[in-house]
Design a protein. Structure first.
Length: 70
């Protein structure tokens, strides 16, 4: 909702707004889902690829500079 609101507010000024929402990532924060296969499957069904992402360290941020534009 924040991205959409900012995009609508800033569009008249020709400012683009981007966001990144990776979905569920298998990190210690999500340990309860990792420990429960049924819960992990339920959460996975909400993700377009039907699975949680694996942490990739700094590689996940590799495409971020390109979103900055000029």
């Amino acid at each position: 909702m924040l991205t959409r609101t900012l995009a609508l507010e800033l569009a008249p000024h020709k400012i683009n707004v981007n966001s990144i929402a990776p979905g569920m990532v298998l990190t210690p924060f999500n340990q309860p889902a990792i420990d429960d296969p049924a819960l992990l499957d339920e959460q996975g069904q909400r993700i377009p690829w039907k699975r949680a992402a694996q942490p990739a360290g700094d590689r996940q941020a590799g495409g971020l500079p390109g979103l900055g534009g000029r």
